[in-house]
Design a protein. Sequence first.
Length: 315
Amino acid sequence: MHRSPGAPFWLVLACCLGGVCLQAAPQSLASLWRQSVHDLLQPGERAARGIVDALNRGRTWLATREQPGSEHADEHRRQLAASTQTIRRLQLELAQAHAELAKARQEYGLPVQPTDPLFRPELVEARRLGTELAGLWPGRNVIDVGSSSGVASAALIVEPETVLLDQGQQAGIAGEQPVFTGRVVVGKIADIGRWTSRVQLVTDAGYRGFARLVHQSSQGARFGAEGILEGDGTAHCRLEWIPSTATVSVGDLVVTSQTDGGLPAPMVYGVVVSAELTDEAPRWNIRVQPAMAAERLQRVQVLRAVLNPLRQLTE
């Protein structure tokens, strides 16, 4: 049975005839026709462009969220770091409370006359000088020794891992003073000049500091054994002189053991990442992951001790 052509056939035929007529028509009529068709299709073209732009923006947004350097990832890392600091602070406060309670139980209750300490702690803020900025000072004295002592020009800034600070003798900075960032131990002042100073990081070979474990038990955080934290030039530190009879677990905090500088609480070195005890060994073999990240250091605080003005008034 014969079937009449459908609508698509007539549509194609009409387009072909329109194209032939458009080619044969005068130039002015053809331009008018093209403009009319363009105006007719322009809303659809705008809509299509809008859809494409929306898809591109969505694709870019998804890609940005997945990139490790995106603002979303940076904000997540900041929140994680803040939560970690809060947890460590609470653990230290709990351990300190247990220690104070144990000390109070050992005291006899005799009256004590309070006195003012001779020294009081003072934190001096310093900024880290980058390699490029430090290189702008080739003719200045970074430390107070020179070639006669075997120190070459720019010796403090040629090593990529050196942490150089913008405070020195003029700010009361002196050698061996501890350096912190928040509640975390960065290291101590190694070399001192008039305007600048160099930090020996806790991971640097030769660094040594008194340290103490904060062990997690069923009763909460408790201060544990004391030892010596040593840097060996790697990404980790060693915790030495912890006896084999002490309780040590991976995840224990490692903090400063002495508060002679007058700080109200211990400062954090890092976390135990491995603890091994061989048969009949007298001491633990402990590795510590430092809490500080040298590559992210921007501002630090240098601890110095100054004479208590209250003691000066009483003399």
